[in-house]
Design a protein around this ligand. Structure first.
Ligand SMILES: [Zn+2]
Length: 242
């Protein structure tokens, strides 16, 4: 499992790389938390662990956005989402990790809104987000991973498909003015071959992957059709040499 990163690597996620991650970083059973408080969100089937009151509000609102997006496409959660907020320790900051969805125990971990020193290149769309926006955005991204996983009910899909969904839902959840700022100056060419959304672009040009995923997903004919198609298997993201 590779954590979602930004700046150097924005967003790797799930199945294909399940054993390549950095397991020590997140500490297994000894996961550090900020006090261990647990909040049940009023507006989503979600719980938030280890957050400050402000972070819990933000995480609940972010989880609700992702849940609402899936629900609008006819995909209801099968179990509550659990988001654990972890402090930005030195290793996490060095690795530029922002969040992670772990398939082993379906856990979501997101780095505290205190965050790490910002290292995004000025040209990165993520450099346009405040720390609070980045925190909220990371929660949306990881919850989208979890909801997709729940919807797939064990059917494997490519890492590219998973990250396509997580990024599209994440960018779609930004406030319109924030999204306009985020996308300003970014590539908007629509990708027609889903082969492009593979691990190559994800690792070599993660920001480009994110904005092109949104550019594709936000087309009127895509959106829920893509999301439901990925879940049912009608939409297939090929991988090279397939
Ligand atoms: Zn991801």
């Amino acid at each position: 499992m590779i954590p979602d990163k930004r700046a150097v690597l924005l967003a790797l996620g799930l199945v294909a790389s399940a054993h390549l991650a950095l397991p020590a970083i997140w500490g297994g059973g000894a996961l550090a938390q900020q006090g261990g408080t647990e909040v049940t969100c009023a507006n989503a089937s979600a719980r938030v662990i280890g957050a400050t009151a402000r972070e819990a509000d933000s995480a609940c609102a972010a989880a609700a956005k992702a849940v609402a997006h899936f629900a609008a496409c006819g995909l209801a959660p099968r179990r509550p989402v659990v988001v654990t907020v972890v402090p930005p320790d030195a290793v996490i900051c060095e690795e530029n990790i922002y969040g992670r969805f772990d398939l082993k125990d379906q856990s979501i971990r997101v780095v505290s809104s205190k965050g790490c020193p910002r290292t995004e290149p000025a040209a990165s769309p993520y450099a346009t987000l405040s720390r609070a926006e980045l925190f909220s955005s990371s929660v949306v991204h990881e919850v989208a991973h979890d909801l997709l996983w729940q919807s797939l009910a064990g059917r494997p899909v490519s890492q590219g498909a998973q990250e396509y969904v997580a990024h599209a839902v994440e960018i779609g959840a930004l406030a319109p003015e924030t999204r306009a700022r985020f996308l300003a100056g970014q590539p908007t060419t629509e990708v027609h071959n889903l082969l492009a959304f593979g691990t190559n672009m994800l690792t070599m040009a993660p920001d480009k992957f994110a904005v092109l995923a949104w550019a594709h997903y936000s087309q009127p004919r895509n959106g829920c059709n893509m999301l439901r198609g990925i879940v049912t298997g009608e939409v297939h993201f090929p991988v090279p040499n397939e």
